[in-house]
Design a protein around this ligand. Structure first.
Ligand SMILES: Nc1ncnc2c1ncn2[C@@H]1O[C@H](COP(=O)(O)OP(=O)(O)O)[C@@H](O)[C@H]1O
Ligand SMILES: [Mg+2]
Length: 454
């Protein structure tokens, strides 16, 4: 027999609900209600007005928790509860609701249902007891249900709020994440745009400067070159004239020997001057090739010429470093020559600076270390592969990771802007090529460029 003594029942129920909430609370309470009412089935359900249905939150069948389910309110006593009434049918419920197939299938005899109201008084759910036998203690059941209905409604409302909060937090979080992603993308775009701007302005200025310097030096160099060339002619003439004055072939041998010696020195000096002017002409030519002033359309250019002219420029500043070229493959590229020159310039100067850094750090005993850069061009699976290898200071892992970031530099302000590698990266991308590095600290680095050939 079930107990019908509130003094004993209530403390037990309340005790079983201690520190439960949500699903645990509903299940614990339904089990208790089922136990103390002696019902065969007890359920707490939520009502859905749109679907005109009821969905169990907790269902206890014959003393055990069962799977929740949803059922329509049509033709059921629960529809009455939905309208706000307390329904008590101790017996004959199947005759009263002949179209409620569920009750018939379950062979239910007695039905008790009470509505659950939310804080605004709206019916939001129900508590139901189903008996297979006639209900003898309906007053007790109804009172017990009513005693806990407020607590159930409050818990339903609380879990609703909790879900809303979680949902809100989730959407908020995903919105924040979305925003953050947008912002960081924008930042990336800005950075790269800024970097391009800085670089293109710098290059335009440098190009103009280089071109006008080349132009200014070109004229005086040309006439110096011509003058030196003519001087050699003049010297031969003067020597002949003086020899005639001294008596021609009959002149004193000593005098003739002295002439030869003096003029020999003079000719040597003039030849040195001649070599010097030829070198200046080369440098000017390299400057002109390098600047290609502002011409930004694709042009054919030979790899060896691009690299060669860049190296000529660099050699004048880094005389102690041996730069070796090996153009095993030397195709004509359709490219932006001034941009590629800029890449070679950046990479070879980096290599020179790395070598100088290593030299500075060398112990005195190693002073016969020789800086060396090798530039190679090869054909690798129908791609142009250019490698620039130096035996400089090499790079640590952090530098290798960050090397292509604009403004990343390990040098002081007078030696580095941190743009060389990022610009080179950009230029290689514009040419649908790639740039990679391989480096070992204190041993050297290799920069690997790949370019498609059409
Ligand atoms: N060949 C190299 N050997 C060693 N370190 C290098 C080499 N090339 C680049 N680096 C490292 O990468 C950094 C970034 O290079 P770069 O973008 O050209 O900027 P910058 O030369 O102005 O510092 C350099 O500061 C240097 O630390
Ligand atoms: Mg650099």
């Amino acid at each position: 027999m079930f107990m019908s003594n509130f003094e004993q029942v209530l403390p037990e129920i309340i005790n079983s609900l201690k520190s439960t909430s949500g699903e645990d609370f509903f299940n614990a309470l339904t089990l208790q209600l089922c136990k103390h009412t002696g019902a065969d089935y007890t359920l707490i359900a939520r009502l859905n007005q749109e679907r005109y249905s009821s969905k169990t939150i907790s269902l206890v069948a014959k003393g055990l928790l069962a799977e929740n389910f949803e059922y329509t309110l049509k033709n059921t006593p629960c529809a009455e509860v939905n309208s706000g009434s307390v329904c008590i049918y101790p017996k004959n419920i199947c005759q009263l609701y002949p179209d409620d197939q569920l009750l018939i299938d379950m062979k239910i005899e007695g039905y008790i249902g009470i509505p659950l109201h939310d804080s605004h008084g709206k019916v939001i759910g129900l508590v139901v007891a189903l008996h297979e036998e006639k209900i003898e203690n309906s007053d007790f059941v109804v009172t017990l249900f009513e005693l806990f209905s407020g607590r159930i409604s409050a818990e339903i409302e609380r879990t609703d709020r909790e879900h809303e909060l979680i949902e809100l937090a989730n959407t908020h979080e995903s919105k924040v994440a979305e925003r953050t992603k947008d912002l960081s993308q924008t930042l990336e775009h800005l950075k790269s745009a800024q970097q391009k701007l800085v670089q293109s302005e710098k290059m335009a200025a440098l190009g103009k400067l280089t071109a006008s310097i080349a132009h200014e030096i070109n004229n005086p160099t040309n006439f110096t070159y011509a003058a030196v060339y003519m001087m050699l002619d003049e010297i031969t003439k003067i020597k002949y004239f003086l020899k005639q004055l001294a008596g021609g072939d009959n002149a004193d041998n000593e005098v003739l020997n002295s002439f030869d010696k003096q003029f020999g020195n003079l000719v040597e000096l003039v030849q040195t001057a001649n070599e010097g002017t030829i070198r200046i002409k080369n440098i000017v030519e390299s400057l002109r090739t390098f600047s290609h002033l502002g011409r930004l359309k694709k042009e054919p250019a030979k790899v060896s010429q691009l690299i060669g002219s860049t190296i000529n420029l660099i050699r004048t500043e880094y005389r102690d470093i041996t730069i070796i070229t090996d153009f095993e493959y030397d195709p004509i590229l359709s490219c932006y020559p001034s941009k590629l020159n800029q890449v070679f310039m950046n990479l070879i100067i980096n290599a020179c600076q790395a070598i100088n850094l290593r030299v500075e750090q060398l112990p005195i005993a190693d002073k016969n270390f020789k800086g060396k850069i090798t530039v190679k061009s090869q054909n690798e699976q129908n791609e142009l592969l250019i490698t620039i290898t130096d035996n400089g200071c090499g790079m640590d892992e952090t530098t290798q990771e960050k090397i292509f970031e604009p403004f990343y530099t390990t040098k002081d302000a007078s030696n580095g802007t941190g743009l060389g590698m990022s610009v080179s990266f950009e230029v290689m991308q514009t040419h649908k090529g790639s740039i990679k590095i391989s480096s070992q600290l204190n041993h050297g680095s290799t920069i690997i460029l790949r370019l498609p050939i059409k």
